[in-house]
Design a protein around this ligand. Structure first.
Ligand code: GAL
Length: 661
């Protein structure tokens, strides 16, 4: 298991480079990540490439046995580019171009930006593509940006629409343009929306804009990936190409980048101080569910994934610079390892002395030599991982745990953002609820995508909030159940086609046969208001969304409403179909409800596992069991009596980790 760090040589005096790299090696770290944001240092004026300093650094790494990940510097284009071609700058919703400075001030659709990016990436690839120490490349950084209003983006959006719809009549039909006279006569009349929120304009247009914008970033990534691949050696395994995603960020759907990437990465900053659960010190651990969901999401594209950035301590950007709980950094690293990551790097090695992120912790403190608590935890995990995997490091997500599927359909997130209907609806939170409910019952979660093959051995699949469906997905669900699978669907499923138009049927009729119930109405409650349902004698709350169900003969009722004027109406149903079943949870409630539904189903289908404690998880990788304690209380690792502990012990302290055979 290789663990490493981001290092920005250009931000430190040259005389310190060797000392810093020595320290990196001495801490047991094995990877150095460089060149992110260093465009100006690499090309101080157009076509004047100065790569020697980077080459020296790569060589210093090689001498110390350190692997290198290089990053293309396009997240921070240099001033000469903005000066010469102001059209590279992103244009805001009022039509004002961004000023040069900071980073992410460019639009990916600008031909000038594309040209300059290709040039610098090609130069770097030519110089370093063959270097034996360079194991991989990161493209850009956290691809994202507001819906750009530059001419290049309008043009590119129109081109994308032309390709999708061919005729303007087809577009008018898909966008529902008879509504409020929003017809277009020609693609050239169409503009990129000003933001993701359509206000009272056309949400179908916004949905397509989200799809297009993700495509535009993917296209920009492809341009760079192509430049890189051209220089890769044929004689040894090619370096990987990745880019670092932000969790659930709507700008870029990782799925759109399958052609370019071969390793999937994300950036994890669990303790931002935004967490609102103060009943204990949970805010010092972060949200376990979303961390674990995103790990499994990253693993879902081709099995190869990594955590490129992880918070090493206090951060600068949230306004709530809370200290992570002692040991939390180690806990996060082991969580990633348990979920099958290939490697881990950290933003960043040294805390900067200047710049907008000067308050951001590093592995090393301000004096440049003393490890911070995060640094010590990194060194500890590097040593522990070397104990667990002394010879080789695992590269796959080998696990013998029983698996369950969780369907992620990024398109739904865009649709819910374009037209949410219920303010409280939160697609990502709903996914996390079910992730936690499944992992609590000991399932390894496999994140699935609607148009990709699903593993054939999944006994249980949860598909929350799949509001837009097509016939292929409906048929796939039916086939899965016919083959003995147990499917869980939720409210807001199967209501719309892929243009996000309602089917011309009774509400919910598309899935009525599958779930064995009609949906007679739905309700949604005001903020902070909760209704109740009864599930096996226990009251559960709901508030975001609640369908009122009319089960057909042969469908069992699992839960019914216990208040509101429709008391007694049904909320959750379960229908056996051959050896398979469909459970329909018509209620978007809280995590505890999702857990109760999954536990009941798991029991029904023969899973007798003892549910794991809240915020304590156990995962298996390569025959090792890894227990993670996301609470500030000690607990006991649920290990068998004859377990041999390699890391930690049966007594799990707060933020504790234990690994056993
Ligand atoms: C990330 C970003 C890094 C750094 C970090 C600070 O989102 O990719 O470059 O800015 O935040 O926490």
């Amino acid at each position: 298991m290789k663990i490493g760090t981001y290092y920005y040589p250009e931000q430190w005096p040259r005389e310190q480079w060797e000392r810093d790299l020595d320290r990196i090696a001495a801490m047991g770290l094995k990877i150095v990540h460089m060149a992110e944001f260093a465009w100006f240092d690499l090309e101080p004026s157009p076509k004047d490439f100065r790569l020697d300093w980077l080459s020296d650094c790569v060589e210093m790494c090689r001498q110390r046995g350190l692997d290198v990940i290089l990053c293309t510097p396009t997240a921070a284009p240099p001033v000469w580019l903005s000066d010469q071609f102001p059209e590279v700058l992103i244009t805001d919703e009022h039509g004002t171009p961004h000023r040069h400075g900071g980073r992410r001030h460019y639009t990916p659709t600008s031909p000038r930006m594309q040209e300059a990016s290709y040039r610098i990436v090609e130069a770097m690839a030519t110089r370093f593509g063959h270097h034996p120490s360079v194991i991989g490349w990161q493209i850009d950084n956290e691809l994202s940006g507001p819906f750009d209003q530059s001419e290049a983006t309008h043009k590119s959006f129109r081109k994308w629409l032309r390709k999708k719809y061919l005729t303007i009549d087809a577009l008018n039909a898909a966008w529902g343009n008879p509504f409020w006279n929003t017809y277009y006569q020609d693609f050239d009349q169409i503009l990129m929306p000003q933001s993701r929120d359509p206000g009272y304009r056309n949400q179908h247009q916004n949905l397509d804009a989200s799809r297009f914008w993700s495509w535009a970033w993917a296209d920009f990534v492809k341009l760079q990936a192509d430049a890189l691949k051209r220089s890769f050696p044929a004689s040894r395994p090619a370096p990987f190409i990745t880019t670092n995603f932000m969790p659930f960020h709507p700008d870029a759907d990782p799925n759109d980048m399958r052609d370019s990437l071969d390793l999937w990465s994300w950036d994890s900053y669990p303790v931002s101080g935004f967490g609102r659960d103060f009943k204990d010190e949970q805010f010092r651990f972060g949200d376990m569910a979303s961390i674990q969901f995103t790990h499994d999401q990253m693993a879902s594209y081709n099995g190869r994934w990594t955590l490129l950035e992880i918070q090493p301590g206090q951060i600068n950007w949230s306004g709530f610079p809370c200290q992570p709980y002692p040991g939390a950094v180690r806990l996060w690293l082991w969580t990633a390892i348990a979920h099958g990551c290939e490697l881990i790097t950290v933003y960043r090695f040294r805390q900067p002395r200047f710049g907008i992120e000067m308050w951001h912790a590093g592995l090393i403190g301000l004096d440049g030599v003393t490890p911070t608590s995060g640094g010590e935890q990194f060194a500890q995990v590097a040593a522990e991982a070397a104990k667990v995997w002394p010879d080789a490091h695992p590269t796959s997500i080998e696990s013998n745990q029983p698996s369950a599927g969780l369907l992620l359909d990024f398109d739904q997130q865009w649709n819910f953002t374009s037209l949410g209907q219920a303010k409280r609806w939160n697609y990502s939170e709903l996914l996390c609820q079910y992730h936690q409910a499944l992992s609590r019952m000991g399932y390894r979660v496999r994140v699935l995508h609607p148009n990709e093959p699903w593993p054939s051995d999944l006994k249980l699949i949860v598909a929350p909030g799949v509001q837009m469906v097509d016939d292929a997905l409906l048929a796939r669900w039916q086939r899965y159940v016919d083959a003995g699978g147990h499917l869980v669907l939720t409210c807001r499923t199967g209501l719309q086609d892929r243009d996000a138009q309602f089917f011309e049927t009774a509400y919910g009729a598309k899935i009525a046969n599958l779930i064995g119930a009609d949906i007679s109405a739905y309700d949604s409650l005001p903020e902070e208001t909760w209704g109740t349902i009864d599930l096996d004698g226990k009251a559960h709350k709901w508030g975001v969304w609640g369908d009122q169900l009319k089960p057909a003969a042969g469908t069992d009722v699992w839960a019914s409403y216990t208040n509101m004027f429709y008391t007694g109406a049904h909320a959750i149903t379960h229908r056996k179909q051959g050896s398979g079943s469909v459970t329909y949870n018509g209620v978007y409630g809280d995590r505890v409800l999702a857990e109760a539904v999954i536990e009941k189903l798991a029991r029904t289908i023969g899973n007798q596992a003892v549910p794991l404690l809240d915020r304590v998880r156990v995962l298996e990788r390569d025959g090792f069991f890894i227990a993670l304690n996301y609470t500030d209380r000690p607990t006991t690792a649920p290990a068998p009596a004859d377990a041999t502990f390699v890391v930690g012990s049966r007594e799990l302290p707060p933020a504790g980790v234990a690994v056993w055979k």
